[in-house]
Design a protein around this ligand. Structure first.
Ligand code: ADP
Ligand code: ASP
Ligand code: MG
Length: 417
């Protein structure tokens, strides 16, 4: 098996407080550490980066589908698993993976140490299963790096003020990586995954999708919020707020991936960057409550409300993640509202910074859907996004047709920088 040499990221042009020359955070997703061979491969990549002179922090996800399996197991023993205990359970997936990678790196003759999220100093709030990082106490990582060790940190987890183990929500290892890159003043945060970067659509749904050389934080935030999955939304927010340079790239090939950057350095702006979709949301129709009562109550229950549409004076329609279903139902019942839920709709979003200055995107979108005889529902927009819901069975057809309409597969790839 060939191992791609690690090239160090070019130095940042932005000042970000104290920085340690040549620190790199490399995050590997579940597929990338899916079996022993892949774990050894990741270890070789970390060692190559260390040999190139960098101070190396590796963040790993749980192997393969471990997290899904652990969630399944929890539901076999309890109808409503206790969130604190669920976090104890889920955090083990990432611990297994990072200990194995550390062992493999040591086997290659390099000093390496694995740390749980709490050992790495990742302090969170106490919202189990979707905790937010509030502080990183990086002294132990710095000490290990000073001893020239490769430091492996278990992604997706931290510890609350009450010393309880917390997890950061699905895809949370991305956020661990960005938080560590911020705390360590790293030159770049490299997100190694099972696709070659951020594409113009999910490459599993649109084979003609094209890898983007660069996307702006603004676009990436919309893409992640719209379900692009390749980066957890919170990791993008964190990176933007702290000026972390993010590079999304393949674990399995050495070519450059996609840079997520603040200032848009592309010579040419694509009008539309990507079409993305999600089938992980439920849409609620509520009567008998008002927005000023409903949304604070949902926020108190930590429900991440997405689209909100007030259809008439007394009807509110909103969407929220499927995983927040129980909490949403609890709030609606408690308010005494009359409500119904649909889980048969998927959301399709068209995102592009160039939309601001190019009229006619909505017209082309809805003409395309009309030709497919697809009726969009609950349309919402932002300055750089048009989103709508369609039945699950129509989602992929809509994504593929819109990708073709806007000729996203054939655009000239414009290089970053
Ligand atoms: P990891 O385990 O490495 O964190 P994820 O499964 O969380 O990987 O995210 C990568 C997946 O995101 C890809 O396999 C791909 O199917 C999906 N994806 C959805 N939309 C996009 C997009 N626009 N560009 C790239 N990948 C996307
Ligand atoms: N293992 C967690 C998940 O599957 C976290 C991650 O992969 O980032 O969501
Ligand atoms: Mg992920």
């Amino acid at each position: 098996m060939t191992v791609s040499e690690h090239e160090l990221a070019p130095p940042s042009r932005r000042g970000r407080g104290p920085s340690h020359l040549g620190t790199v955070v490399m995050k590997f997703g579940g597929t990338s550490v899916g079996d022993p061979e892949r774990i050894k491969r990741v270890a070789r990549q970390l060692v190559a980066a260390r040999q190139a002179g960098a101070r190396v922090v590796g963040v790993v996800s749980a192997m393969g589908h471990t997290t899904d399996e652990l969630i399944g197991l929890a539901h076999e023993v309890a109808a409503h698993p206790d969130p604190r205990e669920l976090d104890m359970l889920l955090s083990t997936g990432e611990r297994i993976a990072c200990a194995l990678v550390a062992m493999a790196a040591r086997d290659l003759g390099h000093e390496a140490i694995s740390l749980t999220g709490s050992q790495a100093g990742i302090i969170t709030d106490s919202v189990h299963t979707k905790a937010k990082i509030v502080e990183v106490r990086a002294a132990r990582i710095h000490a290990a790096l000073d001893r020239e060790q490769i430091v492996l940190v278990a992604g997706f987890q931290g510890m609350s003020a009450t010393r309880d183990i917390t997890t950061l929500g699905r895809g949370g290892s991305d956020t661990t990586a960005v938080a560590l890159a911020t705390a360590l003043g790293a030159d770049a945060c490299e997100i190694y995954t099972d696709v070659a970067g951020v594409f113009t659509a999910d490459p599993r749904v649109v084979p003609a999708a094209r890898k983007l050389a660069a996307v702006t934080f603004e676009e990436m935030l919309e893409l992640a919020a719209a379900g692009a999955r390749v980066l957890q939304l919170r990791s993008v927010e964190f990176a933007r707020n702290h000026g972390v340079r993010l590079h999304v790239r393949s674990t399995f090939g050495g070519e450059p991936g996609t840079w997520v950057t603040e200032e848009d350095e592309r010579v040419e702006h694509a009008i539309i960057s990507a079409v993305t979709h999600t089938v992980e949301e439920a849409v609620y129709r509520v009567q008998g409550s008002t927005a000023d009562v409903l949304f604070p109550a949902l926020a108190d229950a930590h429900v991440n409300v997405d689209t909100i549409i007030q259809t008439s004076a007394d009807v509110i329609v909103f969407s929220a993640p499927l995983e927040d279903r129980g909490a949403t139902a609890g709030v609606l019942d408690e308010l005494g509202a009359s409500w119904s839920e649909r889980d048969d709709l998927g959301k399709v979003s068209i995102v592009g910074a160039g939309m601001k200055s190019h009229p006619g995107i909505a017209a082309r979108t809805f003409t395309t859907l009309h030709e497919l005889r697809i009726e969009p529902q609950f349309i919402s927009t932002s300055p750089i996004k048009i989103a709508f819901y369609v039945p699950h069975g129509e989602v992929e057809r809509a994504v593929q047709a819109l990708h073709a309409t806007f000729e996203l597969g054939t655009g000239t790839e414009v290089r970053h920088g």
